[in-house]
Design a protein around this ligand. Structure first.
Ligand code: GLU
Length: 475
């Protein structure tokens, strides 16, 4: 049997972290089993669904690299099929029409509450029986599923273990509303059956629906899939993760400069473990993933750990991979990547200093753009009269270089120190401020090499002018 899993979001908003983790687990399990992964958009609630939300979900899935083998299917396009199955159950007397009005049901509920009974729908309630006898064909009605009255529903949840619910806890569920539209618990069963889903991995908020759904599978004569219900994700304050905790949309993590591999690695560990291993390549995740190693208890989101992982991935990933994602941020920050060195070279030099691609883009700017001012604090401290001699000497040596290598630039700095009998800091810092505009950068010889000769010469000259002006003003 080929394993087939699915992700079935309702398009009511963006792809949030909880949904993304469910999608990842479902995808990983399919990959681990050499199976297939289906994407299904559950868009039956026409009032709450939107095309923007569908697009946001697809964009989030694509950004995470969770490719689907089938779909996206849209429930809104399958109403004929759902109706066909409702009619089948009606014909087999496994479902029935109920004409009781909403007002009548409210009245019965109020009576049950007053009598301290559990409020529930009871097809044998005299008032409901009377309403149904009085009804004529064509009157507005719902279709209800005839839930078994005896016994119980038992299933073996792959995460939570054995679950048993007595059928006396389950009332006859509406499967088609008065307006003719089918309901969630029914369509999800028809879909999972039609799509050949063998394993349903979803959030634990659906665990109460599962016994009802199992009864419907059985009534339809459909095989019952295996279920795995994932626990919730909490914010770092222990409350259910929500917008209040900041970035909860997957695309917001892209905007904030995370690599998809880092987010995936973070999400896989948020509720799943393999010993105490923290770093998983995609291949390792796929090979090691299993449903029974998913935690039963809720997990708390920890942004510091995500940042740490992101830094790890920026440092250790192939520069080409980082470049693919950094490009977008350079564009966002208005940096023209064609106006300087290859991005991969900048990544190799600056990457390890950065926790996010936003920082990496910011720290890449001086490789691609000239600046007209130095950072005030750095200039005040390092572009002073004492730096004039060292910078002039460095300028003449730099101009004379025939081969523009990091090693030659390193030697320039060394020679300036020796000839002027000064320490490294007396030329290193002024040079750094001159060529980068600020006081922080990786090793200045390597930085100059990447910036290129023409720009380095022009920038040292600009720094010398700045010093001259400063001295003139001081007199
Ligand atoms: N559409 C449901 C949701 O977004 C998921 C249904 C399911 O996975 O069975 O919560």
């Amino acid at each position: 049997m080929t394993v087939k899993t699915r992700f079935a979001p309702s398009p009511t908003g963006y792809l949030h972290v909880g949904g993304a983790r469910t999608a990842l687990y479902s995808w990983l399990y399919a990959k681990n089993q050499g199976g297939e992964f289906v994407l299904r958009i559950e868009d039956t609630d026409l009032e709450r669904n939107s095309q923007e939300a569908v697009d946001a979900i697809l964009e989030g899935m694509q950004w995470m690299g969770l490719e689907w083998n089938e779909g996206p299917y849209f429930q809104s396009k399958r109403f004929d099929r759902y109706n066909e199955m409702v009619d089948k159950l009606l014909a087999e007397d496994k479902a029935y029409k109920c004409y009781a009005s909403k007002e009548l049901l409210d009245e019965i509920r109020a009576e049950q509450e007053a009598a301290k009974e559990m409020p529930r729908y009871d097809a044998n309630h005299p008032k409901i029986v009377a309403a149904n006898e009085a009804a004529k064909d064509g009157d507005p009605c719902v279709v209800r599923f005839r839930n078994p009255k005896e016994g119980s529903v038992v299933f073996e949840d792959q995460i939570r273990g054995r679950i048993e619910i007595g059928n006396d806890q389950l009332d006859d569920l509406i499967i088609r509303r008065t307006d003719g539209s089918p309901t969630y618990n029914f369509v999800v069963v028809v879909d999972d059956w039609d799509m050949g889903i063998t394993h349903v991995v979803r959030g634990e908020d659906h665990i109460n629906n599962t016994p009802r759904q199992i009864n419907i599978y059985e009534a339809l004569g459909a095989p019952v899939p295996t279920f795995a219900h994932c626990a919730m994700i909490l914010g770092d304050d222990g409350a259910k993760l929500s917008k209040r905790h900041g970035a909860v949309s997957v695309m917001q993590y892209r905007d904030e400069g995370y690599l998809p591999n880092a987010l995936n690695n973070y999400l896989v560990r948020l509720g799943w473990s393999h010993g105490d291993q923290e770093i998983f390549s995609q291949e390792e995740m796929i090979n090691l993933f299993s449903l029974d190693a998913i935690s039963k208890s809720a997990s708390a989101f920890n942004t510091d750990k995500l940042l740490w992982l992101n830094n790890h991935y920026i440092k250790t990933s192939e520069p080409e991979y980082v470049a693919e994602h950094l490009q977008w941020h350079l564009g966002e920050q208005g940096i023209n990547k064609d106006n300087g060195p290859a991005i991969t070279e900048v990544i190799k030099l600056v990457g390890e200093r950065c926790n996010t691609l936003v920082e990496l883009a910011q720290q890449s700017r001086y490789f691609y753009e000239d600046f007209s001012e130095f950072e005030a604090g750095a200039a005040k401290k390092h572009l002073r009269g004492v730096a004039k001699g060292p910078l002039e000497l460095a300028l003449s040596k730099v101009e004379a270089l025939s081969e523009w290598t990091t090693e030659n630039l390193h030697n320039v700095i060394k020679e300036v120190c020796e000839e002027l009998e000064i320490g490294m800091g007396k030329i290193g810092m002024p040079l750094r401020v001159a060529v980068t505009g600020g006081g922080q950068s990786p090793s200045v010889d390597a930085v100059m090499q990447l910036i290129g000769k023409e720009r380095v010469v022009a920038r040292i000259k600009m720094a010398l002018e700045f010093i001259a002006e400063r001295e003139a003003n001081a007199q």
